[in-house]
Ligand binder design. Structure first.
Ligand SMILES: *Cc1c(COP(=O)(O)O)cnc(C)c1O
Length: 296
């Protein structure tokens, strides 16, 4: 299988009239390029968990997710790449037709177990799974180890020159890592993709010791909730691609770029601001869209 290649990451300078009008710059950190399946932030969130698995001499990783979870498919592929077994505990009944994500995870050797939504809420591992030799990675990689891995997203280039860092958030693990890696004069703006996720700030704060007042959480661009979409969102993603050649996914980065462009249009950023937007990957999720919805 193809290796993960962080040398493929680029920082794309975006050229748009609105940026010029506002006197600001926008660059996109293309984490989506490192691997077709283990994309974006998922590798960074998983990497230090893998070191733990090795240290503790475990041979299997077990983790949790939904039928379209980027984390599930990335975990399956990472396990295959590093020679571990993998078990995925999937929310809800086993579907008669598997999603592209589940098919890919299965192809990568992941053993899938479907559990009820009630059991999923409490992350109940089915009794038939023997847990000796198993390392459990929390859903979405949430935890200090995940955040410490995510902090290394900003290791490979000059982060000092930016005034603002922006990213999408599900669990907030990536945001916590990024927050820990920037200084207090730089601002982090986090665009939540979940509806009414009022605990997000608290969840991020739990994972970082450096919480100041340089984090802003934006909750208004969820488009109806997690993985919900409408034509306005898909039209935006197509338009954004046409103007910037940057593809996005409808679950995370499409909503994030939409929200960020709204902030820019509204004049949120002062003249002279230098924004780094983190493209956290997730493009595989677009396979659940109707054919022809997207031009990329
Ligand atoms: C998983 C994922 C996120 C969310 O990351 P968290 O650390 O859970 O906040 C953002 N973008 C993409 C593309 C993802 O796959």
């Amino acid at each position: 299988m193809q290796a993960i290649d962080i040398n493929k990451i680029t920082v794309d300078e975006i050229v748009l009239p609105v940026l010029q009008q506002q006197g600001i710059s926008l660059s996109i950190l293309r984490l989506d390029k490192i691997h077709p399946i283990i994309t974006g932030n998922k590798w960074f969130k998983l990497r230090l968990y893998l070191e733990e698995v090795e240290k503790q001499n475990k041979e299997t990783i077990l983790t949790f997710g939904g039928a379209w979870s980027n984390h599930i498919v990335a975990s399956a592929a990472v396990a295959q790449l590093y020679g571990y077994n993998s078990i995925g505990i999937i929310r809800g009944e086993e579907p008669t037709i598997y999603s592209a994500t589940l098919n890919e995870a299965k192809k990568r050797g992941m053993q899938l177990h479907f559990i009820s939504r009630e059991n999923y809420k409490v992350k109940k591992v089915p009794n038939e799974i023997e847990l000796s030799g198993v390392y459990i990675i929390p859903e979405g990689g949430y935890g200090n180890i995940g955040a410490a891995g995510a902090a290394t997203i900003l290791d490979n280039f000059d982060k000092k020159k930016y005034t603002h860092f922006c990213c999408a958030a599900g669990t907030g693990t990536m945001a916590a890592g990024v927050l820990g890696a920037i200084n207090h004069t730089q601002q982090l703006i986090v665009y939540s993709v979940l509806k009414g996720h009022n605990q997000l700030k608290g969840e991020i704060e739990k994972l970082t010791s450096t919480v100041g007042n340089n984090i802003v959480i934006e909750n208004d661009f969820h488009f109806g909730g997690y993985a919900k979409k409408n034509t306005e969102l898909l039209d935006f993603m197509n338009d954004f691609y046409k103007k910037t050649t940057v593809p996005s996914d409808f679950v995370y980065t499409g909503k994030f770029f939409y929200g960020l462009m709204e902030y820019i249009k509204r004049g949120y950023f002062q003249k002279g601001s230098k924004i780094l937007a983190i493209h956290s990957g997730g493009l595989q999720g677009n396979q659940s869209l109707d054919k022809g919805s997207l031009i990329f």
